[in-house]
Design a protein. Sequence first.
Length: 94
Amino acid sequence: MSKIINLAVALTLSLGTTGTAFGAEFTKGKVKKIDEKAGKVTIIHEELKNLEMPAMTMVFRIGEGVDAAKLKEGANVEFVADRVNGKITVTEVK
């Protein structure tokens, strides 16, 4: 019985850490500037609820797997941002 409980706890914890992509909330913004060479994008964005940040203009790192073609200057985007290795990073773009 103890092994079953331990397995259930381990499964619950692993789902809790990997399931964030399913619950990711997209935020609306407008691309102000992109620096593909540096891997950064400046976005004028609405509130980032998951990071507890008000609406503002800020520079983000462009995460691995993000289609930089969707990040054209002047483009309206919906994106997900999160902390990756301590840096605020765009992790997904619609």
